[in-house]
Write a protein that binds this ligand. Structure first.
Ligand SMILES: *[C@@H]1O[C@H](CO)[C@@H](O)[C@H](O)[C@H]1NC(C)=O
Ligand SMILES: *[C@@H]1O[C@H](CO)[C@@H](O)[C@H](O)[C@H]1NC(C)=O
Ligand SMILES: *[C@@H]1O[C@H](CO)[C@@H](O)[C@H](O)[C@H]1NC(C)=O
Length: 389
């Protein structure tokens, strides 16, 4: 297995060569670009712990998710990606998790620094995150979604099982937060939009995959009802970072990923219960995000670029991955153009041409890269490749 993993790049290039010979696609093709960007991402893959060097615990879950999307678009690379998932599934949950996650979350709360300090302290105490549980419900949610997507590709039951364990952990230890919804963390310090959206998305995904679908469907619907009442979605249709202690919208930064996860959740809920209202609400959030977060050339940005920290470096790809899912049900050509335009920018403006590394600012120029900026850029290339089919 190690041998095969080490040869990952090589194998992908062979697939690429075969593909090119068969279809005659050019290097400009999004599919090709996605594979080249994956080769660059895999140079950071650490076989010993199943995680990607240069980035954090939750980011690696997003790398897994992106690889699964890439595999759905290119089923022939499954023989390679499957080994990566097997390795990560086994090693990562036995890994001594000593991350010091410096949060880039920003909200006008009274004690943001206290919250950050707390996060760091608690992260350090989590060793061996068995079943991908570490007491932060956003991190747990990312891993659940990653393994659900891997399940969609591989049909390996363990992957779905671990997602249900995460779901149970959130329900049993994180629910009934003061303002309703779920807590961000086991220490109950904050009610973040991201953890609540991820919980909604995991519930909706499980409803479409588990035998006891009604239980998950009810959870997803309750959570969606709550999200709408919570005040986290502002008048413009943007999702802010979370709630303050008085259970009001905290006016935190409108991060792109908070506008994305909810789209994927609503589409999944729509699949379980086809009510047009779900898609209508998703479109409103997507439109509001595109309007708020893109520049004059239609390129997506997060506030504070390029100083996004390791968390923020991941965000934009998450929005694009989920917008693609919404595009698939709406076929709204504006979404298609937005995705393709950003995929172009990632490749032609944000990339270092020698290494195929992708930077954190999609309008360019390339400044630096990590597995977070790389997998984030990869997300939009994969989204564009899906649409191209
Ligand atoms: C990842 O980091 C570890 C620890 O610094 C190092 O030993 C290993 O060679 C690195 N692996 C890759 C693929 O970068
Ligand atoms: C949340 O409240 C419900 C209903 O009162 C209760 O059954 C459940 O045990 C509570 N869960 C937690 C984690 O407090
Ligand atoms: C797009 O939607 C169709 C119809 O619902 C579904 O069969 C297909 O799997 C979806 N494709 C992707 C790439 O999500």
């Amino acid at each position: 297995m190690m041998l095969r993993l080490r040869r990952f790049n090589h194998l992908l290039l062979i697939f690429l060569a075969v593909d090119q010979a068969r279809t005659g696609i050019s290097r400009a093709d999004f599919q090709t670009n996605a594979i080249l960007a994956t080769n660059a991402l895999m140079k950071w893959y650490n076989h010993d712990n199943g995680l990607w060097n240069t980035t954090g615990w939750w980011n690696s879950a997003n790398c897994v998710t992106t690889l699964a999307d890439l595999t759905l678009a290119n089923p022939q690379i499954d023989v390679v990606t499957r080994e990566v998932w097997r390795n990560t599934y086994e090693k990562a949950q036995n890994h001594k998790l000593q991350q010091t996650r410096i949060s880039t979350y920003d909200f006008e709360s009274r004690e943001p620094s206290a919250r950050m300090a707390r996060r760091r302290t608690q992260s350090e105490t989590v060793t061996e995150p068995k079943d991908f549980l570490n007491g932060f419900y956003d991190d747990e949610g990312w891993w659940a979604l990653a393994w659900i997507k891997v399940y969609d590709v591989t049909k390996m039951d363990d992957m779905l099982r671990v997602a249900t364990i995460v779901f149970d952990d959130i329900v049993e230890t994180g629910s009934n937060a003061t303002c309703g919804g779920i807590w961000w963390d086991r220490d109950q310090t904050y009610e973040a939009a991201i953890a609540n959206e991820l919980y909604f998305s995991v519930a909706a995904h499980l409803a479409n995959r588990m035998p006891n679908r009604q239980y998950y469907l009810d959870s997803a619907k309750d959570q969606w009802d709550w999200l709408q009442r919570s005040g986290m979605i502002n008048e413009d249709g943007n999702v802010n970072d979370g709630l303050n202690r008085d259970c009001e919208n905290n006016n935190g930064i409108v991060w792109s990923y908070n506008q994305g996860v909810i789209l994927g959740a609503l589409v999944e809920l729509y699949k379980a219960e086809p009510k047009n209202e779900y898609i209508r609400k998703a479109r409103r959030i997507a439109d509001a995000a595109i309007s708020k977060l893109s520049d004059d050339e239609g390129i997506l940005h997060d506030r504070r670029e390029p100083n996004l920290g390791n968390d923020g470096d991941q965000f934009k790809g998450i929005f694009m991955r989920n917008l693609r899912v919404l595009y698939n049900v709406t076929k709204d050509q504006r979404y298609r153009r937005f995705i393709e335009n950003n995929a172009d920018a990632v490749w032609n403006r944000a990339r270092d041409v020698k290494s195929d590394l992708i930077g954190p600012v999609w309008s360019g120029p390339f400044i630096r890269a990590s597995a977070a900026t790389q997998s984030s850029g990869l997300d939009v290339l994969v989204a564009a490749a899906f649409i191209q089919e």
